[in-house]
Ligand binder design. Structure first.
Ligand SMILES: Cc1noc(C)c1CN(C)Cc1cc2n(n1)CCN(c1cc(N)ncn1)C2
Length: 404
């Protein structure tokens, strides 16, 4: 039968704590207490525990502070497939559920803008033909945001405008209960004709939202605090299904290491600086390129000097006025284009830089790399994003890039 002292020593030894063995008949014992250096104190939690221990009243604010800190609700994630809209990967389509019962619409996720807008029962019938529509009147959770309107124009001069509802919006299984859903009462021709999408989900920064008089938050901004991590990833692919993941990073989607670089959200976009570039696998130079990571733009749009440096390696390349871009023989093997970011090198294969024949069956192809000169901003659009797994990390205001 073990004495208490012997038991105590063996217990402490088993739990890795040192102990002084009491001499026979001694009435005291002393033990070192390990300090948990990983424990991060939280005032409200300490107060909560003390009040609970002595039966003191606990305010709702204190309960909320403790719940927020210990995220008593399970931190959540979302994952949605996204598919190229056509053979040129012009844009990517993701299914989004809006309202109760759910109305599922094919939308274009756009990190270059900050409005969630949809074709709706309020869109003129002549414009709405062929599109899937959101009908707020058929949703028991829709509420009109009275007095609010919106109007947006994109880089390609396409535009839309209308009024605003709030409703539940679910993407990849994650729901935002009160999301501003901007209903289109007017849409430009580019959208009318593009019947494969019924609107956009802006994944830019809230500062870019175009609702007046009170700008609204993006779906991701509303979701961020409830997600396991305040980030999402874009995995766009050439002629195959890709994904938008929210709240987690599936590193198996990439071959390379994720390199991070600061993101500048001040203009509403995901701005960043690439540290250099190269053509055809050469060593990266140190010519930095400041631009935006933009899932809503098809092309890679860079300064003329870079575009020229690239197409000087393409025998048949020439500027085509009617196409308003550089074209070349479809049969030509294109060199790759690489850029440095976050200490990593992202290489866009030559295949990804051949976007599509200029017309069905033509042997002349349109380049995925074009000039940004008349835009005033460099855009790493889908042509660049397809080469990488891209992490849009709102919590740390940074962008991560990993070679795919
Ligand atoms: C077809 C086709 N080809 O390329 C596109 C795009 C389409 C679809 N299309 C004609 C209709 C259309 C026009 C726009 N979109 N869709 C998406 C949002 N737009 C952006 C987003 C942004 N971040 N930056 C610039 N514009 C303009």
């Amino acid at each position: 039968m073990q004495t208490f002292g012997a038991f105590l020593v063996s217990f402490l030894a088993a739990s890795g704590m040192a102990a002084a063995l009491p001499t026979e008949g001694q009435k005291t014992a002393s033990i070192e207490v390990a300090y948990n250096k990983n424990y991060v104190a939280h005032g409200p939690t300490a107060l909560f525990k003390a009040k609970r221990k002595y039966g003191a009243p606990i305010s709702d604010n204190l309960k909320a502070a403790v719940a927020a800190k210990h995220s008593l609700t399970k931190r959540q994630t979302g994952s949605a497939n996204t598919n190229p809209s056509d053979s040129a990967d012009d844009e990517y389509i993701t299914s989004v559920s809006i309202g109760t019962p759910a109305q599922v619409l094919p939308l274009d996720f756009d990190t270059g803008s900050s409005d969630l807008w949809v074709f709706s029962s309020e869109t003129p019938k002549s414009s709405a033909s062929g599109h899937t529509l959101y009908s707020p009147s058929k949703s028991s959770t829709a509420k009109k945001l009275s007095g609010s309107t919106w109007s947006i124009e994109y880089g390609d001069k396409s535009s839309s405008s209308g009024d605003v509802y709030t409703d539940v919006v679910t993407i990849g299984g994650f729901s935002v209960k009160t999301q501003a859903v901007e209903s289109a009462t007017k849409v430009s021709t580019q959208f009318v004709q593009d019947t494969v999408i019924s609107g956009l989900v802006g994944l830019g920064f809230d500062v870019g939202n175009q609702v007046s008089p009170r700008p609204q938050k993006t779906w991701f901004s509303n979701a961020a605090n409830s997600l396991a991590e305040p980030l999402f990833t874009a995995d766009l692919r050439h002629q195959e299904t890709g994904s938008y993941n929210f709240g987690f990073i599936d590193t198996s989607l990439a071959k390379g290491t994720i390199g991070y670089t600061p993101a500048d959200g001040s203009e509403g976009y995901w701005g960043f600086t690439a540290t250099g570039y190269s053509v055809g696998g050469a060593k990266l130079n140190r010519n930095s390129i400041t631009g935006i990571a933009d899932t809503g733009t098809t092309l890679l749009l860079l300064p003329d000097n870079i575009v020229d440096a690239y197409y000087n390696n393409v025998e048949s390349a020439q500027y085509d006025d009617s196409q308003e871009g550089v074209v070349f023989d479809c049969s030509e093997d294109l060199p790759s284009f690489s850029f440095g970011v976050g200490g990593q090198t992202i290489t866009i294969s030559g295949d990804l830089l051949n976007l599509t024949p200029i017309e069905e069956g033509s042997s002349t192809c349109f380049g995925g790399l074009q000039s940004s000169a008349d835009i005033g901003i460099n855009i790493f659009g889908d042509v660049a994003l397809k080469a990488a797994l891209v992490v849009f990390d709102l919590g740390n205001e940074r962008l991560g890039w990993a070679q795919k």
